[in-house]
Design a protein around this ligand. Structure first.
Ligand SMILES: Cc1cc2nc3c(=O)[nH]c(=O)nc-3n(C[C@H](O)[C@H](O)[C@H](O)COP(=O)(O)OP(=O)(O)OC[C@H]3O[C@@H](n4cnc5c(N)ncnc54)[C@H](O)[C@@H]3O)c2cc1C
Length: 391
């Protein structure tokens, strides 16, 4: 009989959905993971396959061809994808990430009609452009400027580290519209279409992680945007961006849980077959303790994330709990990946071996979508204001 140490409650509906994504990932995505590693690209054929199976526009409303999934359901899907390869979560975010969700929440009827069907059909990819060379953690310090003119808005500035910015068809760009107000009503979110005159991708960086994750530098030089490129209210862009980041923190957290679980499974299997000095690694207490510590880490992260997702689904105000999830899960997967490399020995650092790729991939999570230090600032701000951790 199979024993499960913890039964972190999932509704029947969520469990069925998770099992379906797991079957799809195990049966269909393996060859794509190999191609992604070989080419360093996210292939068009993968997006087509995801679209045919209902994994494009997962979170978008059904009336636009989307899957209508809740944030919890979407996070469960990303957790499953992450068990195999981080690139599948990037592919999912093209059509269900921060920009598609901002359009769903704040877009006009015309904006929804223009973009949402394209995301759900797997024809459009999105990116989200907040960070600048002089404004990362301190996003409100951005310099990109949008000024009103007779035709709409004229955009000037530069963004960098924008995931998928080099392939995106539509980019949500945050720009200062009132320098005196900045984060307090002076930043506006704009939708910019690829090919808009004055917009160019001026650099593409690869990182420590899988080459399929590329970060783009985007430059805007007298880039003319129509008046209806504004998303949400003029001056409400910082709120739009922060709302998107709250979702992003939860999806990153669950991606960390999925990656960590995959690393623990690989480590456990390896310990059961690798012999040193006449005994299996699994018989050594030093190795058993590493496995145990990883299991506890993962269970704690999953319980925290699911609890917060469940409360978000009920409409609760969770305060800084999303930051707690992001902080704990991203640091947790770093520890688990480090132990996994150690348990695999030399094999754990050989290029092309999955554990090595996971180790590099998960390092991103402590920096993107608000680095660990920023999450700590958010959490401690709540504590110092007297917010209780639990009732
Ligand atoms: C893989 C990846 C994908 C990304 N994708 C996107 C994207 O799609 N769109 C986008 O807009 N941006 C994206 N980013 C950018 C990301 O949001 C920023 O890198 C992040 O916010 C940190 O900003 P920074 O790099 O300028 O570092 P800095 O802000 O310069 O921070 C450097 C270090 O100092 C710490 N620090 C900063 N301020 C404080 C403080 N007050 N107290 C203590 N410590 C502090 C930070 O935590 C960090 O460790 C991505 C980054 C990565 C790594």
């Amino acid at each position: 009989m199979e024993t499960t140490a913890l039964d972190i409650e999932l509704s029947d509906e969520l469990r069925a959905m998770r099992d379906a994504v797991r079957r799809f990932t195990e049966r269909e995505l393996g060859p794509w993971a190999e191609e992604i590693d070989r080419t360093g690209e996210i292939p068009a054929g993968l997006i087509e396959l995801m679209q045919k199976n209902g994994y494009c526009g997962m979170r978008l409303p059904a009336e636009y061809g989307g899957g209508g999934l809740s944030l919890f359901q979407y996070c469960i899907a990303l957790e499953e994808f992450s068990r195999l390869h981080r690139a599948f979560t990037i592919a999912a975010n093209y059509s269900s990430g921060m920009t598609p969700m901002a359009i769903t929440r704040h877009g006009t009827a015309a904006q929804k009609e223009k973009y949402l069907r394209g995301f759900a059909a797997g024809k459009l990819k999105s990116a989200f452009a907040l960070t600048e060379p002089e404004a990362g953690s301190d996003a409100a310090g951005m310099r990109t400027r949008a000024e009103k003119n007779a035709k709409g808005w004229i955009l000037n500035g530069r963004k960098h580290y924008i995931s998928g910015g080099h392939v995106a068809d539509v980019i949500m760009v945050m720009a200062v519209t009132d320098p005196d107000k900045r984060a307090r009503g002076g930043i506006t979110a704009f939708l910019l279409d690829r090919g808009t005159p004055g917009f160019s991708v001026t650099r593409v960086d690869t990182t420590i992680a899988t080459d399929s994750i590329k970060l783009a530098e985007l430059t805007f030089e007298n880039c003319q945007l129509p008046a209806d490129a504004v998303i949400g209210e003029v001056g409400a862009g910082f709120k739009v961006a922060m709302g998107s980041l709250n979702d992003g923190r939860m999806s990153v957290s669950c991606s960390c849980v999925g990656a960590a679980e995959s690393l623990l499974e690989r480590s456990t299997e390896h310990a059961k077959v690798r012999r040193t000095f006449g005994k299996l690694l699994a018989e050594r207490q030093a190795i058993q303790w590493m496995l145990a510590d990883s299991a506890v880490d993962i269970a704690a992260a999953r319980a925290l994330c699911y609890d917060v997702l469940r409360r978000l689904e009920k409409g609760d105000n969770v305060g800084s709990a999303g930051s707690m999830c992001k902080l704990f899960a991203s640091e947790m997967v770093g520890r688990v990946a480090d132990r996994a490399v150690q348990i695999h020995g030399g094999m754990g650092v050989i290029r092309g071996f999955p554990v090595e790729r996971f180790y590099r991939d998960v390092r991103h999570y402590r920096v993107g979508e608000g680095a660990s230090e920023i999450q700590r600032i958010v959490i401690s701000r709540d504590l110092l204001r007297g917010v209780k951790i639990a009732d």
